[in-house]
Write a protein that binds this ligand. Structure first.
Ligand code: SAH
Length: 380
């Protein structure tokens, strides 16, 4: 590829003081909610009642909470369930199997989530930050920079909302229950570590404390923040780790995933194998197939050598070109050859389906398009 100036990455840059949203019950565990309810002068068991509506029945409208005394309903829902996400746009494609939501947060930031239905499961793709600071040049979110971290509840609320969409039977050809969550929307989840881990705890806690998903059905995708991968391995969680590798060699990965300038391929893979050993879970290696950039047969062979014999699975993602990008997806024969070489090396490999393309379904593109409209020339 033509060589580009490397994007400098500064992980220590202080974020501008971010306007965080009001506190919501999903920010707290059940004990914390009970304490909050007591502060409001209500009996502690109201925390469980409101939590059952929200996580168990996917109801957030006080009018439907008829087991709460009318006089206390508004006060409880105002304090426990403030509106965090306001829908800006909701789109459906793939014959009703893919739903995408674009949200405006209380400070005007835009984030998106996607719900994908399959015959045996329904997966929600969540955002963990408004924007992203990791600056990967092929990613729409990476181009926009980081606005702020999402709060725990802003993350959880995306899942609860999408679980409600699934429960309504709106996902064509799929069971009416959200079963998986992937942190593959906007943002770098491990750069918002504490809030993301708290969100995972809510997602996997049984109702009414949380949404009751299985830990192994939650996937955290990362550019490869090595200390945070190690820290995640030491939590009492065994969620699936996805590592956005995209290149097997440091020369190219320094460019495609600029954080590689800090933690090299060998270090990030070492951390991934440590994660696999600690959790017993296979690590998913994400690799966007970019025409004439990272799709050469020699790179497939090198990747195969790095991964052979490891607890790993390769997920090839046909590049979804961002608007104005000079990069394109690899041609199918090139992709097939890449898969063949990895499999010959004994590495389990699949090619990801490309859901939601016609609704800018992947990778921050809906928010990017909407943002252009809002801040573009002629905007008020
Ligand atoms: N920051 C995290 C999670 C968000 S992106 C991470 O990087 O892992 C989820 C996945 O989509 C990552 O593997 C990311 O590299 C990939 N991705 C981003 N933009 C893409 C694009 N234009 N085409 C294909 N995959 C893309």
């Amino acid at each position: 590829m033509t060589s580009l100036p490397l994007t400098p990455v500064n992980l220590d840059a202080p974020a501008r003081r971010a306007a965080m949203p009001p506190r919501h019950l999903a920010d707290l565990d059940l004990a914390g909610r009970q304490a909050l309810v007591a502060e409001l002068g209500e009996p502690r068991f109201r925390a469980r009642q409101v939590s059952t509506h929200y996580f168990g029945r996917l109801v957030r409208d006080s009018g439907q909470m008829t087991d709460l005394p009318a006089a206390a309903r508004e006060k409880l829902t105002d304090r426990l369930l403030p509106t965090l996400l306001t829908p800006v746009r909701e789109l459906t494609c793939d014959g009703g199997a893919t739903h995408k939501a674009l949200w405006r947060l209380h400070d005007g930031s835009l984030v998106e989530s996607v719900l994908m239905g399959y015959p045996d499961r329904v997966t929600a793709c969540l955002s963990s930050q408004a924007g992203c600071g990791m600056a990967c040049p092929f990613c729409a979110t990476g181009q926009a920079g980081l606005t702020r971290n999402l709060s725990t509840a802003e993350i959880v609320d995306q899942a609860v909302y999408l679980a409600g969409v699934a429960a309504s039977g709106a996902v064509a050809g799929s069971p009416p229950r959200l079963s998986r969550v992937v942190f593959m929307g906007m943002g770098e989840p491990l750069a918002n570590y504490n809030r993301v881990v708290a969100a995972i705890r809510r997602l996997v806690a049984p109702a009414p404390e949380g949404l009751g998903l299985s830990q192994r059905h939650v996937t955290v995708s990362t550019v490869g923040l090595v200390p945070a991968i190690r820290r995640l391995a030491s939590e009492d969680l065994s969620v699936t780790l996805a590592l956005s590798l995209h290149a097997p060699d440091d020369g190219l990965r320094d460019e495609l995933v600029p954080v590689n300038q800090r933690w090299k391929v060998s270090e990030v893979l070492e951390a991934a194998w440590e994660y696999a050993a600690r959790t017993g879970r296979r690590v998913s290696i994400e690799y966007a197939m970019i025409k004439d950039v990272n799709d050469q047969p020699w790179r497939a062979d090198l990747l195969g050598r790095l991964l052979a014999g490891k607890l790993a699975h390769v997920n090839l993602i046909p590049l979804n070109p961002t608007p104005g990008s000079r990069w394109d997806a690899s041609p199918k024969p090139v992709e097939r050859e890449f898969v063949r070489r990895l499999r010959d090396a004994g590495v389990s490999t699949t090619v990801r389906d490309t859901r939601g393309r016609e609704i800018d379904g992947a990778c921050g593109q809906l928010a990017a398009a909407e943002g252009d409209e809002i801040v573009g020339p002629g905007a008020p």
